[in-house]
Design a protein around this ligand. Structure first.
Ligand code: PRX
Length: 654
């Protein structure tokens, strides 16, 4: 953490004035999967709690011997056991007579649809796994996946899991450079991609990004390309294979490979406080247990539910709650390729009506975008099938919570505001529907078995009513096992700040009733539309441009995306600021990292506020970006700098 990092301004004071309580409806309580006893049971012996669920929920090829080996900060769960995740997500359901049950109702943005049953998945996953084997992929080899939201994406992930080849999914919105960086970090052998996909009525090409990335990835031996758009794309002979050639001709018999509980299931790269993304490492049994148990309990999943998690599979929410959790629970899911406003702002509500969706899980940024468009859009559709609503990715403000409750949930469906991270793998702080009385804007309490606390700078628990740093004091099954190839960074990033505790990087408050209120990141990481983006990464991308001498980036409060990226840029001496250059620089960041990281605001400045030791004082830049009165400037080396920047602040480009 940088020395000038501070807890975000205590907007929470207003939230605490939010006194409305939403107790569970007795009719919901009567049928709820969750029960208050779960907390007591897990507290009495958390290892026994997880072990019981691991035995009941997972089909083991070989039962585990030890529940937990905890050599802080390295955890091993369910050692001695062997299992296969694809078998648990697909085959066992087919064996038990659920072959004809729908796993995914897939909806393409242009309106095309596909339905995949569990039997379809078993066949397609087996063929894809055989194709990977034909390309030389063996258990333990890494496979990179760079795809739009099409059915072949979960099929590809499960194909990897079937043969014990860890996957790393790179969000389709990331650039060629981001893709090659991730491929090279994990040394992936094969890339699975597509010619492109649809987004906001436009065709988004992917293959040319993939080609650009593969020019710089020595470990990649082959690629598989799904045809989604149908245009001619350049295929490199002996390297690139069409999915419909290499997968379709395979046998649909591919026995799942039993792997050890701690076998690596996947890597997912996430932003940290340095420019290099971290390969968050998840393993097999504990992850599957954490994702599937929370999915069933937090969303109150029943066999006939139609569940929709509207995230992208390229983020952890999609991994745990579109792919592994729901499939392990034999749930019928919606998978939608496109944008919420295409062709119009009621696209989601049309889908809910058409498919009688009963559970919806999405991000506050989406809810705020819908709010902005007005309640007429949802009101025009029958949403009465919805019975549980979820929120994830950032704090949900009480206003958005209430709008969601009234306009989408018919003032009837409970809302679960779920706090977790790429690192945690599973939901950790959340209401349990049918048990918890909710307060708009609070994620309420830790899931059974999870020990969360709010501590001060010395690591002491703060009393009720106080604020501080969110920590976890006990291991949990789906926790990250490390950062790929960098155990030291794993220790430094998560376990060093408060010895013996996992530090999540978030601020939190606990009110007088013991409810947790998340306050956002306390480090130099922004949360843009529910996605973590490191300020350093954006700064590096800016400095990468030939006109830029130095750059500093902060998050500015944004009505829709939570935070928007605000960049302060110092140009090289011989360059002149101009609107055209500002546009060019913003595009450059989009090119280097991906459109999600494109700064919304960019301001040319002659200098940056620094401490005497030369560290950029982001706190002051945040004040400038927000148009606030400046905080403490005593450590500022040159007070004049801030005044000069303020004089320029009218010229920020949007
Ligand atoms: O700051 C918290 C915020 O998102 C961060 C994790 O981001 P990521 O690893 O990309 O995973 C996002 C989806 C799990 C957290 O450190 N966050 C996530 N959920 C919430 C949240 N902040 C407040 N309330 C939430 N429900």
């Amino acid at each position: 953490m940088s020395d000038d990092s501070v807890l975000p301004p205590p907007e929470i004071e207003n939230l605490l004035a939010e006194s409305r309580l939403f107790p569970p409806d007795p009719a919901f309580v009567a049928q709820a999967n969750a029960s208050a006893e779960m907390y007591a049971e897990a507290e009495a012996d958390f290892e026994a709690f997880w072990a019981k669920h691991a035995r009941e929920r997972i089909d083991w090829s070989k039962p585990f011997e030890t529940t937990l080996e905890w050599d802080l900060p390295f955890a091993k769960w369910f050692t001695g056991g062997e299992l296969n995740v694809a078998y648990n997500c697909v085959d066992r359901h087919v064996e038990r007579g659920l072959g004809d049950k729908v796993a995914y109702h897939w909806i393409g943005e242009p309106g095309d649809t596909r339905t995949l049953t569990f039997a379809d998945l078993q066949r397609e996953v087996s063929k894809a796994a055989n194709a990977l084997k034909e390309l030389g992929v063996q258990t333990g080899d890494r496979v990179a996946i760079y795809m739009p939201m099409i059915p072949e994406l979960p099929i590809a992930m499960l194909a990897c899991a079937r043969i014990g080849a860890p996957h790393t999914v790179v969000f389709g919105g990331f650039s060629a450079e981001s893709l090659s960086g991730r491929i090279n970090d994990c040394g992936a052998k094969v890339l699975i991609t597509a010619d492109g996909g649809y987004r906001r009525g436009k065709e988004i090409g992917l293959k040319h990004h993939a080609d650009e990335a593969l020019a710089d990835t020595p470990t990649i031996e082959a690629s598989i390309v799904v045809r989604r758009l149908g245009h001619d794309v350049h295929m490199v002979p002996d390297r690139d294979h069409w999915w419909h050639d290499i997968v379709d001709r395979q046998s649909d018999d591919c026995p799942p490979v039993a792997v050890e509980s701690e076998h690596m299931l996947y890597l997912l790269y996430t932003s940290g406080t340095t420019a290099k993304p971290k390969g968050i490492l998840h393993t097999t049994a504990g992850y599957l247990l954490g994702a599937s148990l929370t999915h069933e309990v937090v969303f109150d999943i029943k066999p006939d539910d139609v569940y929709w998690c509207a995230a992208d599979i390229g983020w952890v929410t999609g991994h745990s709650y579109i792919v592994y959790g729901p499939l392990a629970n034999a749930t019928t899911s919606i998978m939608y390729e496109g944008a919420p406003d295409t062709p119009a702002w009621d696209r989601w509500w049309q889908i809910v009506e058409d498919y009688k969706v009963s559970i919806l899980y999405c991000a506050p940024t989406a809810i705020r975008a819908f709010m902005k468009q007005g309640e007429a859009w949802p009101a025009a559709h029958d949403l009465t099938t919805l019975r549980v609503l979820g929120s994830v990715g950032e704090p949900i403000n009480p206003e958005a919570w209430l709008w969601y409750h009234e306009n989408i949930g018919g003032s009837r469906a409970p809302i679960v505001d779920t706090w977790w991270q790429t690192e945690t793998g599973q939901i950790l702080i959340t209401p349990l529907p049918g048990v918890t009385t909710t307060k708009p804007g609070s994620a309420t309490h830790p899931f059974p078995g999870i020990a969360a606390d709010v501590v001060d700078a010395d690591g002491n628990s703060v009393p009720l009513g106080g604020g501080g740093y969110l920590v976890l004091k006990r291991p949990w099954p789906a926790m990250l096992r490390g950062i790929y190839g960098d155990p030291e960074r794993y220790h430094e990033t998560y376990w060093k700040r408060f010895p013996g505790m996992y530090f999540a990087g978030d601020g939190a408050k606990r009110d007088l009733d013991g409810y947790l209120w998340l306050l956002g990141r306390v480090d130099d990481v922004m949360n843009v539309a529910g996605h973590r983006i490191s300020t350093t990464e954006v700064e590096s991308a800016l400095v990468d441009h030939k006109s830029v001498a130095e750059a500093a980036v902060v998050g500015k409060k944004d009505e829709v995306s939570g935070q928007a990226i605000f960049a302060f840029v110092i140009l090289k001496a011989d360059r002149e600021p101009s609107d055209a250059l500002a546009v060019q620089l913003r595009e450059h960041v989009a090119y280097v990292i991906g459109p999600i990281a494109r700064p919304k605001f960019l301001m040319f400045v002659p200098d940056l506020p620094k401490t005497r030791s030369g560290k950029i004082m982001r706190r002051l830049l945040r004040d400038i970006a927000e148009g606030r009165v400046l905080g403490d400037t005593t450590t500022l080396a040159d007070v004049g700098v801030v005044d000069t920047i303020r004089e320029h602040s009218g010229s920020a480009e949007e």
